[in-house]
Each structure stands twice: as structure tokens, then as C-alpha cells.
Design a protein around this ligand. Structure first.
Ligand code: PLP
Length: 371
């Protein structure tokens, strides 16, 4: 039975986050309402500049969501029919989906067990003359094997697109993720490290020509109003969302620091519980803790249910290998690590509105469950 005296601990608490800085959000949104510059307004231009400054990258182009960002990135590289793009088999569907959407062939690669990132030792056998790019997803806030990926890409003349949707604000060798590849894409979906109050996304690059093309594709292929140089689409970030993101960006570093503190506390509290492996931080990386994902090799679903009965949410990211999804059933199915992870992973609540006592409560329940 659920103990109703316990405070619920949710995966995210957006109403509380809004309430904490209500005056700032309200003012930001009111400014847009009063100016009426809802599309391509002042806040969008300012935000793009601030994001580029934050990451220390030359170009930042906002768009409607993270999936569009990935699709636009592929289109800007002229990737389409006849091309192959390598994406991880254990991940969110977006990277795989956009490869199919542009008419290219997705090639899945297994992940490794320590950090759940693309297994670079399995990449070489997948590369052939049709291979054009690798989408390096920095999963859960962790860093993909960037040195190895960039080296392989250089040798085989492939593009690297970083999918930074879950790792905005994370670092590798003191440099922000999202600044290593030919391009990076991010999502401002409400649960992300840097999130808006709806959908939003952005693409980043150091390359002037690519940046110009990306901006055109995202805005009906226009170089100037009613000058359509190429087939484009409508994928713009709303000004209201940009205004919200400007507030969020001011608090991104403190928010990441809170999550790092909470992750450390989980690591201390959950040490040495038989059957549970804790997330490791890859060398030279600053994890951004979009998820705190443990591996549970005994009764993961029982633990999830027990936590829920005591008011604690948890999530299985991801319950299926991507090739087990009906839409992608034709793809290779042989991904032993990804397969094992789908049976063992459990993401625990971690967000900047949680307190130490919440982490202690979750940890106590886990210890109780395993006796
Ligand atoms: C790794 C990853 N890539 C891409 C996306 C797609 O972003 P959006 O939901 O903004 O389209 C998401 C999730 O939302 C994601 O987690």
C-alpha cells in the first residue's frame, strides 16, 4: 500500500519550476505579448546569440524542435537516397526517424555497457562507400566516445552530427558538448536540461556555408522574404519560447550544479546494493545528468512498481531496442548490449527542484526493496 504521508517524488516538476521564477517568466512572456513579435521576434535573435556565446560556437540557428533540428542537419549535408547514416540502437527514436525521413538508410550500431554510448569498436565493420554520417547521441547527459568517433569519421570522410538533446551543458575536456562535430542538434522539450514551455530546438555549427543553408531550410528555403532558393520548410522557434529560454539559460549552470550534487548523493546512498550498477561518468567528461539511469539485474519492474506504490516515479528509457519497434522491424535485430539494457535500465528522478531529502527517500526505498 502506498504510504500517503510520503511526499511524491516525480521525474520532473514543471509547475514548481515555473512558480520558483514566476515573475521572471511572466515578464519575459508579457514582453513578447505586448510587442506582438511572435514569429522571428527579438527574443529569438537574442537567444540565438546567447546560445552561441554560451557554447562558444559561431552559429546557432533555432528551429521548431529537436527532431526537426536533426532532419534539417541531414538535409543541409545533402544526405538522402542512396546514403547510409549510422545511429545508435539504444536511444530515443528521433535520430533514426530523420534518417528514414530524408530517404537515406539508417544503420544501427550497438552501444557499450559502461556509459550506454555508441560502441566505437563495432563501427568500422558498418562503414562502406555509401556511409555519409554518424549521429553521435550523447545519451542521458553523458558523453559519446568523441575522440574515437571523430577519428573514425576523419579516416572515412564521414560527417559527425552530435545529438545533444539530452546533454546540453555537458562538457568533454572542458569544452561544451555540441561543439565537436560538423554540426550539433538540440531539443528544448520541457524535460531537457535547457527546456522551454512547449517544443523547441536548435542547430549549431562553426561552418558559415552550412549555417546559411540551415537557416534557409528552416524558413521555407528563403534567402530573403519571398526569395525561395531551395525547397525548405517551416521550422521556427516561437518568440514566446525563446523568451522563456532566455530566462532558463540564466539558470542553466546553477541547475546543472544542483543535479550534479543530487547525482553524487544517489551515488553515495546506493553504493553496494547487490544487483544495482550506478551510472559512471566517462573520463574527462562533465555529465549533465539529464537522467540518472541505474542498471538493475534483479526484478527491475518489481522495483519500479514498489517505488510507484510509495509515490516515486521512475522511467524505463528505453523499453525496446529501436529495431524492435514495428516501424523499424526490417532493420538488423542483433544488438546484445542494447537488448540487455532494455531489460535492466531504470531512470530515477533527478531535477533541479528536488531536495536532498527526496534523494534520501528514493534511496531508502530502493534499499528497503532489496532488503
Ligand atoms: C536524444 C534525443 N534526440 C532528439 C530528440 C527529439 O527532440 P524533440 O522532442 O524536441 O523533437 C529527443 C527527445 O525529445 C532526444 O532525447
Amino acid at each position: 500500500m502506498r504510504d500517503y504521508k510520503m511526499k511524491p517524488v516525480n521525474m520532473i516538476d514543471l509547475p514548481l519550476e515555473y512558480a520558483t521564477r514566476k515573475a521572471e517568466y511572466d515578464e519575459a512572456m508579457q514582453t513578447v505579448l505586448q510587442a506582438g513579435d511572435f514569429i522571428k521576434g527579438k527574443a529569438v535573435t537574442e537567444l540565438e546569440y546567447q546560445l552561441a556565446q554560451f557554447l562558444n560556437i559561431k552559429h546557432s540557428i533555432s528551429c521548431a524542435n529537436g527532431t526537426d533540428a536533426l532532419e534539417i542537419a541531414l538535409r543541409a549535408l545533402n544526405i538522402g537516397e542512396g546514403d547510409e547514416v549510422i545511429v545508435p540502437a539504444f536511444s530515443y527514436v528521433a535520430a533514426l526517424e530523420v534518417v528514414s525521413l530524408v530517404g537515406a538508410t539508417p544503420v544501427l550500431v550497438d552501444v557499450e555497457e559502461d556509459y550506454f554510448q555508441i560502441d566505437v569498436t563495432k563501427l568500422k565493420s558498418l562503414i562502406n562507400p555509401r556511409t555519409k554520417a554518424i549521429i553521435a547521441v550523447h545519451l542521458f547527459g553523458q558523453t559519446a566516445y568523441l575522440d574515437e568517433l571523430l577519428e573514425i569519421a576523419k579516416t572515412h570522410e564521414l560527417y559527425v552530427i552530435e545529438d545533444n538533446a539530452q546533454s546540453f551543458g555537458g562538457m568533454y575536456k572542458n569544452q561544451y558538448l555540441g561543439t565537436f562535430g560538423d554540426m550539433s542538434c538540440t531539443s528544448f522539450f520541457p524535460t531537457k536540461n535547457l527546456a522551454c514551455y512547449g517544443d523547441g530546438g536548435a542547430i549549431f555549427t562553426q561552418d558559415d556555408a552550412l549555417a546559411k543553408k540551415i537557416r534557409m531550410i528552416a524558413n521555407h528555403g528563403q534567402s530573403a522574404k519571398y526569395n525561395h532558393e531551395m525547397v525548405g520548410r517551416n521550422s521556427r522557434l516561437d518568440t514566446i519560447q525563446a523568451a522563456v529560454l532566455q530566462v532558463k539559460l540564466r539558470y542553466l549552470k546553477p541547475s546543472l550544479a544542483i543535479k550534479a550534487g543530487l547525482a553524487k548523493l544517489y551515488q553515495q546512498q546506493l553504493l553496494e546494493i547487490e544487483g544495482i550498477s550506478l551510472p559512471q561518468v566517462a573520463p574527462h567528461s562533465q555529465h549533465s545528468w539529464n537522467q540518472f539511469t541505474i542498471r538493475v539485474n534483479q526484478n527491475r519492474d518489481g522495483l519500479k512498481q514498489f517505488l510507484a506504490q510509495h509515490g516515486v516515479q521512475s522511467m524505463v528509457y528505453y523499453p525496446k531496442v529501436l529495431s524492435q519497434q514495428i516501424a523499424y522491424a526490417g532493420l538488423n535485430q542483433d544488438f546484445p548490449v542494447a537488448q540487455q539494457l532494455t531489460k535492466e535500465v531504470l531512470s530515477l528522478p533527478i531535477h533541479d527542484q528536488l531536495k536532498e531529502e527526496d534523494i534520501q527517500q528514493v534511496s531508502k526505498l530502493i534499499k528497503e526493496f532489496y532488503g
